[in-house]
Ligand binder design. Structure first.
Ligand code: FES
Length: 74
């Protein structure tokens, strides 16, 4: 992975895996303490009880998102 680049992977039927130097805040600018975490998984199913983080609820509830995202993938 290139230095300084935040890498986000859209996992099939799962979270967004974010790797790199991450600054994660809420709408009021309060920051989550991510020290020591080289990567995080952000929920995109809406079922996690630890939002914005994935807690595995997508898998326990059979959430599916297999559609290919629109846009130009290379
Ligand atoms: S994507 Fe994992 S709990 Fe929502």
């Amino acid at each position: 992975m290139s230095e300084g680049v935040v890498h986000i992977t859209v996992l099939p039927s799962g979270p967004l895996r974010v790797q790199g130097h991450i600054l994660l805040t809420d709408a009021d600018g309060r920051e989550w303490d991510l020290r020591g975490k080289p990567a995080i998984s952000l929920c995109r199913c809406g079922m996690s009880e630890k939002r914005p983080f994935c807690d595995g609820a997508h898998g326990r509830n059979g959430w599916r998102c297999d559609a290919a995202p629109p846009g130009n993938l290379t």
